[in-house]
Design a binder for this molecule. Structure first.
Ligand SMILES: NC(=O)c1ccc[n+]([C@@H]2O[C@H](COP(=O)([O-])OP(=O)(O)OC[C@H]3O[C@@H](n4cnc5c(N)ncnc54)[C@H](O)[C@@H]3O)[C@@H](O)[C@H]2O)c1
Length: 305
């Protein structure tokens, strides 16, 4: 016998939910009883406008399975798009409980070939595309808390191993995804008093974003084996983080891929020296080398070497 649904009564926004990971999250939330606002602008892999409406297709899938969902086709990296996204949840379902920031695209280039436009577009869609929906959702939740209706609100942000360790050929994307970690930490600290928990994931899965570049590691196995790179494997943790069951978990980063979940442990002070006075540059250098010899070696940058 199955237990109660984890997200019964909750209203969940998932950005970029027309394909890939976002689609898997939207279907998984609906399967746990949530009503889902399925956002997707329907752009190409590099952010260029596309002809189709993947959000409407995912809404149809959720409804066919007996769930409730509504489509939103706005650009989450604009004030209008982010505000209307939150408004869609409130006007359609009368509440908002969870925001999953997931939409984005890539413009991979080595730094010397990276155009300003490619820098701006990727920073815009990931970093601003996280900030604006978060800001509009948080404004609603703060108003609720001030009216005495403190919510059990949840935000799940989407970073990447590229943001945590760096990734060759992805200077723009790595900077944006690292920025999302900083934003997550600040949001968790600022919004806790309004009943809002904010966490981030660094996923890995087979989607159009990865199926060509990492074709070997992402390939689907034979029918009888566990398909570790299926995007559906990332969604269970995202659903739990977005449910009221995750009470007490905030400001954390999880890597999630296949059947594995890892808590990522962030920057913390390592070996330290304090002279109690100003170093000369040579002394500072000697001290830095001595401390580095004692420190842990950082994880390798993806694609380096
Ligand atoms: N696939 C992976 O292994 C992997 C690894 C690390 C991080 N991520 C991150 O996971 C998230 C989802 O990626 P995916 O692999 O499912 O890619 P995807 O291309 O399959 O899906 C992204 C969706 O976002 C939509 N989108 C893009 N810009 C938008 C905008 N401005 N407004 C609304 N929708 C927009 C696209 O139309 C697309 O449907 C991204 O943030 C990505 O950086 C993915």
């Amino acid at each position: 016998m199955s237990g109660p649904l984890l997200c019964e009564g909750r209203v969940v926004i998932v950005t970029g939910a027309g394909r890939g990971l976002g689609r898997a999250h939207a279907l998984a939330y609906a399967a746990e009883g949530a009503r889902v606002v399925v956002n997707d602008l329907g752009v190409g892999l590099d952010g260029t406008p596309g002809p189709d409406s993947p959000a409407a297709r995912v809404v149809a899938e959720i409804r066919a399975a007996g769930g409730q969902a509504v489509a939103h086709g706005g650009d989450i990296a604009t004030t209008d798009g982010a505000a209307s996204l939150v408004r869609t949840a409130l006007e359609t379902y009368g509440r908002l409980d969870t925001l999953v920031n997931n939409a984005g695209f890539l413009r991979d280039r080595m730094l010397v070939n990276l155009d300003e436009d490619d820098w701006d577009a990727v920073l815009r869609v990931h970093l601003k595309g996280h900030f604006l929906p978060l800001k509009h959702a948080a404004a609603h939740w703060r108003a609720e808390a001030k009216e005495g209706r403190t919510p059990r609100a949840r935000v799940v942000n989407t970073s990447s191993g590229a943001g945590l360790l760096g990734s060759v050929g992805q200077g723009n994307y790595s900077a944006a995804k690292a920025g999302i970690i900083g934003l997550t930490l600040v949001a968790a600290a600022e919004l806790g008093r309004y009943g809002v928990q904010v966490n981030a994931i660094a996923p890995a899965a087979r989607t159009r974003m990865t199926e060509r570049t990492f074709a070997d590691t992402m390939a689907a196995p034979g029918a009888d084996s566990f398909d570790a790179m299926a995007p559906e494997n990332v969604s269970p943790l995202v659903v739990w983080l977005g449910a009221s069951a995750s009470t007490g978990v905030t400001g954390r980063v999880f890597e999630t891929e296949g059947g594995r979940i890892t808590v990522m442990e962030g920057w913390r002070p390592g070996p330290t020296a304090d002279k109690g006075a100003r170093w000369t540059p040579s002394e500072a250098g000697d001290t830095a080398l001595k401390l580095l010899a004692e420190a842990e070696v950082p994880g390798a940058v993806y694609g380096a070497g």
